[in-house]
Each structure stands twice: as structure tokens, then as C-alpha cells.
Design a protein around this ligand. Structure first.
Ligand code: AMP
Ligand code: ZN
Length: 116
């Protein structure tokens, strides 16, 4: 998708600090980290969000999760991490190219959400 910022990172048109790459997925550091480890893992193929993903995307979605621990450990989060996939308006997704946030570091990341 030509006007998508994460597609531009995949195409090398915008720089990013890549931490993992294979033929289907790319992982790079978040430009504005919320934790000592904050990596975004994306499908190289443009998928807007989990709300638009379909059965064809099952494999690449699985790859993102299957690689999460390796990426987290390699970046300095050896004892676990959190995966967040913000989706659509309610999920407050800002970048409309599906991405999993992997957040972690040496210390626990904090509470998930405030209870209602
Ligand atoms: P979300 O709200 O889930 O859509 O998160 C979008 C994330 O993308 C935010 O954490 C941003 O800091 C991050 N981000 C935006 N532009 C870039 C970029 N050029 N390189 C790396 N991370 C980015
Ligand atoms: Zn895209």
C-alpha cells in the first residue's frame, strides 16, 4: 500500500531499527518506546488490522506470535513480555497496518487495563 508508513518501512523507504526479518514478517523498534523493550512485529504484506484479516492470513499471524519470545529475549526481555494488538477505533489503533507490540524489559510492564 503506497501511502502506508509500515509498508514504506518494509520497502526500505523509511528507516527503522530492524531486529528480526524473514520472508513474511518484520520486527523493528517502536520509535517512541513505552518500555525498555518495545518492538513492533508486522506482516510484510499489508493487512490493515485484525478486523480485516482473513483466513489467508492465518499463517502470518501465527508466525508473528511464534516469533515473539525469540524477539523479546534477543532484545532484553528474558522473563516474559506482553503482546498488544490494538485494533480499529475502539482499540485505538493509530497505524492502519496490523502490528503486534512486544513490550517488556527486565521489570514487569505494569497493570493491563484499569478495571471498570
Ligand atoms: P498503534 O497505536 O497500536 O497503532 O501503535 C502505533 C505505534 O507505531 C506507536 O507505538 C508509534 O510509536 C509507532 N510508530 C509510528 N511510526 C513509527 C515509525 N516510523 N517507526 C517505528 N514506530 C513507529
Ligand atoms: Zn501497510
Amino acid at each position: 500500500m503506497s501511502d502506508c508508513i509500515f509498508c514504506k518501512i518494509v520497502d526500505g523507504k523509511i528507516p527503522a531499527k530492524k531486529v528480526y526479518e524473514d520472508e513474511d514478517i518484520l520486527a523493528f523498534n517502536d520509535i517512541s518506546p513505552a518500555r525498555p523493550v518495545h518492538v513492533l512485529v508486522i506482516p510484510k504484506k499489508h493487512i490493515t488490522s485484525l478486523a480485516t484479516a482473513d483466513a489467508e492470513d492465518t499463517l502470518v499471524l501465527g508466525r508473528i506470535l511464534a516469533k515473539a519470545n525469540e524477539i523479546a529475549v534477543s532484545q532484553g526481555s528474558p522473563d516474559g513480555f506482553r503482546v498488544i494488538i490494538n485494533t480499529g477505533r475502539v482499540g485505538q489503533q493509530e497505524v492502519p497496518h496490523l502490528h503486534a507490540h512486544i513490550v517488556g524489559g527486565p521489570d514487569p510492564v505494569g497493570p493491563m487495563l484499569k478495571r471498570i
